[in-house]
Ligand binder design. Sequence first.
Ligand code: ABU
Length: 371
Amino acid sequence: MKVNSWNEWGRLKHVIVGRADGTQVQAPEPAIFRDWPDEGYPRGTHGALPDELTAKANEQLDHFATVLTDRGIRVDRPVPLDFGQSVGTPEWTQESMFGCMPGRDVLVTLGNEILEATMSYRSRWFEYLCYRPLIESYFQADEDMRWEAAPKPRLTAASYNEGFWDEFEALPFDDQVARVLRNDLVLTEAEPLFDAADICRFGKDLFVQLSLVTNRSGIRWLKQHLPDHRVHTVVFGNSHPLHIDATWVPLRPGLVLHCGERTAEESLVQHFKLNDWEVVEAAPARHEVAPPLSPCSRWLSMNTLSLDEKTVCVEASETAQLEQFDKLGFEVVPVPFWDVAPFGGGLHCSTVDIERESSLEDYFPKRYGRF
Ligand code: ABU
């Protein structure tokens, strides 16, 4: 085996697919806002997602793993922990963890390097442990693999803007977006913080979203850590930005899918156009509202997994998205996955590329504005 993945579209050879076992609605903590009274989890409450939902999600995850293995792709699975347990460091305790469905949030493969993200939720501080048995085995098997972990964050009160959620959730949509655009969100700049799923990989260029889980210090750390890459900070008109992979989704060299509801900075669009990339607005999502018990949005319709430049896995019920990919010339692989959404996301979220046929290519030889 080889650890090697530089982009989101090279032929996929080896991937991790998450598991739903034991996933929790997290106990309250400064980084998150959870209020799902209709689903039995009003603000302040926490606990494991119901067994029947977990079984349905695992059935869909197992099916997805089979779809991939049937196509000759090696699939590995993480090892769930007891996510209901209390965790802590000398500086804080947290009454529960989260889960290990969305490995994309925790790990990113950058060439021959697997990088463990800092994360910004206390409930997710120890989530990397679910992937350590796999990472250890890759490190043993591939002597060229680089194994890196970003600085473990302290996540004390200094990392969060006190009172943020009460103020933010009371704002109208446009005011929330205005705060997102000026990056006036829950995280302070006390220490580097990022989730791996805010990083979008285009060979030499990495576009990293400022969000509810990624701060400027986190992006600065990535720039310093990755001198062979160009690391760009991006922000979109999204009221609750949480990972870039349902907003700006590269499909093949020269084609990126954009969530039209989340405006992109004009200079980002111009930078792509200058380099002969087409920016296509995603088809309408099937659902009007976000999935139940999920921090993600209805735009999981765009949260797809490319198997190569011509083949893309799409959530099976997202018919408009399926049709759009078909018209764009892709072989579309429909994968039922909506039952997985409460466990942390869609097809892209649930996976971590370990090997894709890809290299460190420069897809943006021309520079526009700040890019
Ligand atoms: N974490 C995946 C996508 C989140 C969202 O924008 O819905």
